[in-house]
Design a protein around this ligand. Structure first.
Ligand code: NAD
Length: 307
């Protein structure tokens, strides 16, 4: 059964950049966010976007709903809480959770929805706000083949790469492990650049060389130059979301009884930074490096005579 009308809940940094790609296909999209201004801004620039005032109202109007919310508990509340999706869904409707949610919650939620005749897949994304804006996200999709195939036409406009990962929840498991690696990449890159900077190397030159060498990682390629050496400490990924992803990965290690000494040490470093940051609202994920610089007592900067 083709999806003829779509719901999209969570018009934040990612959602606001993802919806326009689907809207460009012409499909009617009913949107909802606790921040109504975000939904209204999207509707102003697309005549096939309708603003709703609850998840239930979205569910009533559409065949399938995409959620792009902070984490699993928000998706659960949106689906099963007051004025939630289940109050509006009919049998055969579909939930596509694209948030980076806790995989075990996804499995449970899919079970609860299946009992009401509602299908669910998880399709978390990698590529950040930049990939969302460009429509070049990487999607990792868990769920039954027939459910995934039904959703392809609304997912493809946002993506450059679509991978099937297995049953429902498997996309979320893979996503959290990707983010565990990206967190550790930042730690490894910052330490190497710190040693080099203290020796007198230019960290930008270091990144240029490393990015053509075997030490390259996602952090030397992107955020070290763009956010640290530039001293901008910005980026589109909130500290709280990054820390949440790391916690999910550590919980996954615990429930799978997997010894992860290196990741555990990395997590301790993120916990230390989280305490040091204090009020994390408005802080970006790259803030970890600022804590590390404080801890070490120097900054990863270009040499003073080389601006
Ligand atoms: P965001 O905080 O910018 O957006 C989340 C939106 O959800 C907000 O607009 C908020 O008002 C809304 N919201 C929260 N609870 C709600 C509810 N119950 N009902 C309706 N709206 C609700 O977050 P984001 O950066 O867009 O990230 C969204 C998800 O994507 C997260 O799981 C994140 O980990 C993941 N992700 C983010 C990035 C990134 O670079 N920002 C990259 C990949 C994956």
């Amino acid at each position: 059964m083709t999806i003829k009308t779509l719901g999209f809940i969570g018009i934040g940094k990612m959602g606001s950049r993802m919806v326009p790609h689907i809207a460009a296909t012409g499909i009617p999209i009913h949107v909802f966010d606790l921040n109504e201004d975000a939904s209204k801004a999207l509707a102003r620039s697309h005549n096939n976007i309708v603003v709703e005032n609850s998840a239930a109202a979205v569910a009533k109007a559409v065949d399938a709903v995409i959620t792009m919310l902070p984490a699993g508990p928000d998706v659960n509340f949106c689906a099963l809480g007051e004025n939630g999706l289940v109050d509006g869904f009919s049998e055969g409707n579909m939930l596509i959770d694209m948030s980076s949610s806790q995989p075990w919650m996804t499995v449970e939620l899919a079970g609860a929805l299946a009992a009401k005749g509602i299908d669910m897949i998880d399709a978390p994304v990698s590529g950040g706000a930049r990939g969302a804006e460009a429509g070049t996200l990487t999607l990792m999709i868990g769920g039954k083949d027939e459910h995934v195939e039904r959703c392809r036409a609304v997912l493809e406009p946002m993506a450059a790469h679509i991978f099937r990962t297995g049953d429902v929840g498997s996309g979320h498991a893979l996503k959290t492990l990707n983010n565990l690696l990206s967190g550790l990449n930042t730690v490894a890159a910052a330490e190497a650049l710190m040693i080099g900077t203290r020796f007198g190397l230019d960290p930008e030159v270091m990144c240029n060389v490393i990015n053509e060498s075997t030490g390259m990682n996602s952090s030397t390629k992107r955020n070290m130059k763009e956010q640290v050496i530039s001293r901008k400490f910005g980026g589109g990924f909130a500290w709280d979301l990054k820390f949440k992803d790391y916690k999910i990965a550590m919980e996954l290690a615990r429930v799978t009884e997997t010894p992860v000494p290196f990741s555990s040490l990395g997590f301790q470093l993120y916990e230390a930074a989280n305490t040091w940051i204090g009020d994390t609202s408005g802080k970006q994920s790259i803030e970890w490096v600022r804590w590390y610089e404080h801890f070490v007592g120097s900054e990863i900067r270009k040499p003073a005579n080389d601006s």
